[in-house]
Design a protein around this ligand. Sequence first.
Ligand code: ATP
Ligand code: MG
Length: 356
Amino acid sequence: MGLFDGFKKKPKAGESLTKEQIEQAEKQLEESYTDRLVYSAENIIEQKEAPTEETAEVFEEVDESALDEVEEADTEAASSQEEIPYKEIKSYSEKAPVTRVIGQTKIISIINQKGGVGKSTTAVNLAAALGELGRQVLVVDLDPQGNTSSGLGIEKSKIEYCVYDALLNDVPLEEIIIPDVCPGLDLVPATINLAGAEVELVSEIARENRLKDAVGRFRGKYDYIFIDCPPSLGLLTINAFVAADKLLIPIQCEFYALEGVTKLLDSMKRVKSRLNPTLDIFGVLLTMYDGRTILSKQVAAEVKNFFGKIVFETLIPRTVKLSEAPSFGQPITQYDPNGKGAQSYVSLAKEVIARG
Ligand SMILES: Nc1ncnc2c1ncn2[C@@H]1O[C@H](COP(=O)(O)OP(=O)(O)OP(=O)(O)O)[C@@H](O)[C@H]1O
Ligand SMILES: [Mg+2]
């Protein structure tokens, strides 16, 4: 029975209340949460007789305002479940004129075959923070999940070409880039089509170099190019190893934080010796750090002990806002610009700039 059902049949002045109605009103008294409802139910119980014209009016009022309340709550719930407020998709030819590119382009792959460690969150928010600091940034979403694309407010079903087309159909990146998704920030999006790339690339010539060839032409056009990798060490990730100048490795502050890191470093060494001799680690980033727990502190110490100085000073805290922002299609610098999450990614962006 609904909260307000007991009041659906409104007693008229002079009409006496049935036992059932009184019981319902008593029940309502226990359950109701609005003061006015309690007030009117108390009234009825006290009188235990026909309500006067006045109390009938109160009923009328309560009933209507209660319905309004329910309606309001429904609208609120509906709006909170709304789809991501997607952005308009522009073409590269509509890109705002680039004012300046500072220094050489750095291509950085955000890599860790472990899932859910904060790769996409870092790709979106670090890139946006650098954009806000006046840098020109391109983010390449190399994960078929497309979390970076939707996190930046791009509706994947509206995308004509994605990074898959650059890797397998020789579509030039100019036709794939979505410009100005945020200040200073362009995106090469991913769709689920990319899931087929792992298999389809196997039989291709120079399959490990596809991304390097596509992205390499954009040196000089951006300060930073970030590649957000999938959680595997398959051919897509190998393409990211080959295309990159440096690697950024996010590590989540949790049990087994360093699990799999040896394998990641082994893969890096193999690529370095055969395909990309200058490849190196740019930095290791501790994510989802919770300063209240001893575990987070222990993991941070362990990671610093293992990697030494390449661990960024900035720790990315675990915050609800950082996990909410993607569902609004916004980086944290827009969604919650003054919060801890935004501050930490801006501080990371400054460290990235300082590292050259
Ligand atoms: N600092 C943080 N605080 C709170 N939640 C976070 C934080 N960083 C990431 N998350 C949340 O944790 C989940 C995993 O993060 P994310 O998608 O960035 O990881 P990933 O490494 O890209 O995952 P995958 O390997 O699946 O691509 C997401 O729901 C994200 O919103
Ligand atoms: Mg991801």
